[in-house]
Design a protein around this ligand. Structure first.
Ligand SMILES: [Zn+2]
Length: 316
């Protein structure tokens, strides 16, 4: 079965050839034919340094990976997002990645959710030109509940008090964008965090034919879906032609990052194709992650792991 890891990031400042070596090794180990590198990652504190060169680095990595790999550009601070998006597409990007307006830890430095007028021209352009967008919006609900937050979330500062917009407000922002631009070709990263409310995911997929779900873990997504396995299976049988997969791998895939990537592959392999309840853990995540296998039909798996990504890109 042909597979593509459609959601990876450059987190470390490495020469493109070195990043490609780590990612080619990952493709080999997990059976991916290529990657989609999303310019932008959560670790953007050093904005004026290396991270100002995200887009150049992403295009260099795409080139280094060769045929069958892709790249999505990011929009830098500013009000000319439509212009930047046009320039990205002209430079060889295959789509646009949005993160800053939807990842709550950026809110204090950048208080503009995606329904802010700042983005209006950009979304209108993307809708008109069918520019594919992968949009990170929101965080898991536990980010707003310190008692339930994971050690990784706390360590990364992904915990939010009343000085941040609420979890609900982020959902509203995404739904406002979909309502205003109903023909957008847009994928919600991490299933838009709708795994905690799968009925809403059904409703959105029904309403917006250009909406895709990017099933890249957060592993809690898979734990949550495993609590409603019948509805989750029904979702993938019904909308399995608009879901794709990625692992959020970084370009420096060593040690814990490599182990975490292996764990994500094991958990999601079992969830989509396996049978029954199983728990997974390794040195990156000693607390077991329990998921229920959905035993999806081969034809759905083939769509999910490859063909939907190509359709999203306008290549199928
Ligand atoms: Zn990501």
């Amino acid at each position: 079965m042909k597979k593509i890891d459609f959601h990876i990031h450059i987190e470390a400042d490495l020469p493109a050839a070195e990043s490609a070596a780590y990612l080619k090794d990952m493709c080999c180990r997990h059976g991916y034919s290529g990657i989609n590198v999303l310019s932008y990652c959560y670790n953007a504190a050093d904005y004026d340094g290396y991270h100002a060169h995200y887009n150049e680095a992403a295009l260099a990595l795409k080139k280094e990976m060769g045929e069958g790999s892709f790249a999505f550009g990011c929009l830098h601070y500013g009000e000319d997002y439509a212009e930047q998006a046009s320039a990205c597409m002209a430079a060889g990007f295959d789509g646009i990645k949005l993160l800053r307006g939807g990842k709550p830890n950026y809110y204090k430095a950048y208080p503009h959710l995606y329904d802010d007028p700042l983005y209006a021209e950009f979304f209108a352009l993307a809708e008109e030109r069918y520019i594919p967008i992968i949009m990170h919006n929101n965080d898991p609900a536990y980010g707003w509940d310190l008692a339930k937050a994971t050690p990784r979330a706390i360590q990364n500062g992904w915990v939010y008090d009343e000085t941040y917009p609420t979890h609900q407000r982020y959902f509203e922002a995404a739904e406002n964008v979909l309502r205003r631009y109903p023909r957008l070709k847009i994928a919600l990263a991490h299933m838009g965090f709708y795994s905690e409310n799968i009925e809403k995911a059904f409703e959105l997929m029904e309403s917006y034919p250009g909406l895709y779900m990017d099933m890249t873990p957060a592993l809690n997504i898979y734990e949550e879906l495993s609590q409603v396995p019948e509805r989750a299976r029904a979702f993938f049988l019904q909308y399995g032609d608009r879901c794709f997969f990625g692992t959020d791998a970084s370009n420096l895939l060593v040690g814990e990052a490599r182990a975490y990537n292996d764990l994500k592959n094991a958990v999601t392999d079992h969830f989509f194709a396996g049978e029954g309840y199983r728990e997974f853990s390794n040195e990156s995540r000693p607390k077991p992650v329990g998921v229920t296998g959905l035993q999806l039909p081969q034809v759905v798996l083939e769509q999910l792991y490859y063909h939907n990504a190509m359709r999203f890109l306008g290549r199928a």
